[in-house]
Design a protein around this ligand. Structure first.
Ligand code: B4P
Length: 183
């Protein structure tokens, strides 16, 4: 199976949910920038203090902050990994590519989780995290369309993108994903 993967998709599409399962099953490092940022907020570090208000509004945390987090994790990890929620815009994608070149690694597959807005919104409202209210969700979707969605064409042009239907039960999507990755 491919060992260096990237999960792309709108907020609430199930990136974190599926990434956690796949990484546990395949022994990959699961690197979720959302989880790492929330841990910094929880710990009250200077980085967390900077990120907190940005995350609460649904905007993206600064590229420099996120990159520093990703770099420190990937530099010390020789095995496989699964990036979840990163990159979130073209500058982050370009920075990731130069980091990987310096580490003599490369992305082997990009999985795009696709789901209708109405279902995304229902899932996020049901979760009820601090940034899961109607107004912030609408902003996160707009940020996704403007800043993150251009990555679809970016990775498609590199022949790396596979599309995964994010509708259905968590188990059903996990099965679909597993069969996609053995191809
Ligand atoms: P993230 O933590 O990445 O959150 P997300 O995109 O909203 O969630 P995800 O798609 O992983 O959904 P999940 O599986 O949890 O980002 C949060 C914030 O952090 C961003 O807004 C931004 O401010 C900041 N940030 C993160 N990365 C950044 C970066 N690189 N640069 C700058 N800023 C960054 O699923 C959602 C819910 O649906 C869960 O409750 C789950 O249980 C449920 N669910 C999942 N699959 C389901 C299914 N099949 N059926 C029913 N429910 C399902």
């Amino acid at each position: 199976m491919k060992q260096r993967l990237l999960f792309l998709g709108p907020p609430g599409a199930g990136k974190g949910t599926q990434a956690q399962r796949l990484a546990a099953r395949e022994g990959l490092l699961h690197l979720s920038t959302g989880d790492l940022l929330r841990a910094e907020v929880q710990a009250g570090t200077p980085l967390g203090q900077e990120a907190e208000a940005v995350m609460a509004s649904g905007e993206l945390v600064s590229d420099a902050l996120v990159l520093a987090i990703v770099r420190s994790r990937l530099e010390h990890h020789a095995g496989g990994w699964l990036l979840d929620g990163f990159p979130r815009n073209l500058p982050q994608a370009e920075a990731l590519e130069s980091l990987l070149t310096s580490l003599q690694q490369r992305i082997e597959q990009v999985i795009l989780l696709e789901l209708d807005d109405s279902v995304l919104i229902q899932r996020l409202l049901a979760r009820g995290r601090a940034d899961d209210n109607a107004e912030v969700i609408a902003n996160r979707l707009q940020v996704y369309r403007q800043q993150t969605a251009p990555l679809i064409a970016h990775y498609e042009s590199q022949g790396l993108l596979r599309r995964l239907d994010g509708a259905g039960s968590i188990d059903a999507i996990e099965e679909r994903l597993a069969s996609m990755l053995v191809d």
